[in-house]
Design a protein around this ligand. Structure first.
Ligand code: ADP
Length: 257
């Protein structure tokens, strides 16, 4: 029966005995599916009203000089908050699609060195010369995947590095071959992350320092999205970090050729 989901766990019972634990997890699975559908529907429904509100905010912003000065700040703030809500809704939708195990094609030949070079340029524009952004590349190997998704995952990591690293810091993007495979890495000289937080960073809305991180901007969904995209590509996100020294987010791929 397709609706019945079972989980199996084999443990050691006595010295020479094994115990197979079978659990019926259909209900948990069903609830998870309801949660996913709910989030997807709410996000989808929020898009239209947000587009309408954003349209009016833009009209007001364009005609600010015809309105009393008092309206200036509220209009700017409304614009910022509507933008924030739009990124949230977009990220929630992206995450729902990834979680529902959509059948995005991940069989194109993608050349990460080209994707990463483009992201490095975008990051330089975002950083506005406040950081040194380096790109270290020693291979042009291609991998099998979905270019749009990979671009989104890599740029999330690079833009996080730019956002969390104070002015004057260095961000090093890497696409290199080592003994474990093809390595994509984003290293920064930012604040670093305490080891207790690292296993939880890819949870939705998990933030190390809610006040600071909110100020830096972002939705709290970035690393959850990265995790799902990388898993969909048979890879996994690895994080190494040291407080006060910086962080390195990296993952490995297998060459397509
Ligand atoms: P956010 O939108 O808050 O950046 P993410 O899912 O992208 O959400 O990241 C989760 C949390 O991980 C962030 O709130 C921040 O606390 C931490 N984090 C992510 N990248 C870095 C980084 N390069 N340096 C320090 N902390 C980071």
């Amino acid at each position: 029966d397709d609706d019945v989901k079972l989980s199996f766990r084999l443990t050691t019972y006595n010295k020479n005995q094994r115990l197979l634990i079978v659990r019926n997890i259909s209900r948990i699975y069903q609830l998870e599916k309801i949660r996913q559908d709910f989030v997807a529907n709410v996000s989808h429904e929020l898009r239209t009203p947000l587009t309408v509100v954003n349209g009016y905010v833009e009209i007001f912003a364009d005609s600010k000089d015809q309105l009393p000065a008092f309206f200036g700040r509220p209009i700017d703030q409304m614009g910022q908050q509507v933008l924030r809500m739009r990124s949230l809704v977009d990220d929630l939708l992206t995450l729902s699609k990834l979680e529902s195990g959509d059948d995005a094609s991940r069989n194109d030949k993608v050349k990460p060195h080209i994707v990463l070079k483009r992201i490095a340029e975008e990051a330089r524009a975002l950083s506005d010369s406040k950081h040194t952004i380096e790109f270290k590349c020693d291979t042009e190997s291609a991998i099998l995947g979905n270019e749009k998704e990979l671009h989104s995952a890599f740029s999330n990591l690079v833009f996080n590095a730019v956002r969390y690293t104070p002015e004057g810091g260095t961000i090093t993007i890497g696409w290199q071959q080592d003994h474990q495979g093809l390595k994509m890495s984003v290293q920064d000289t930012g604040p670093g992350i305490d080891a207790v937080h690292i296993p939880r960073l890819t949870e939705r809305f998990y933030r190390v320092d809610d006040g600071r991180d909110r100020e830096v901007g972002g939705t709290g969904l970035g690393l959850a999205i990265v995790k799902h995209i990388l898993e969909g590509h048979g890879s996994e996100l690895r994080i190494e970090s040291e407080l006060g020294r910086g962080s390195c987010f990296y993952c490995y791929f297998i060459a397509a050729d």
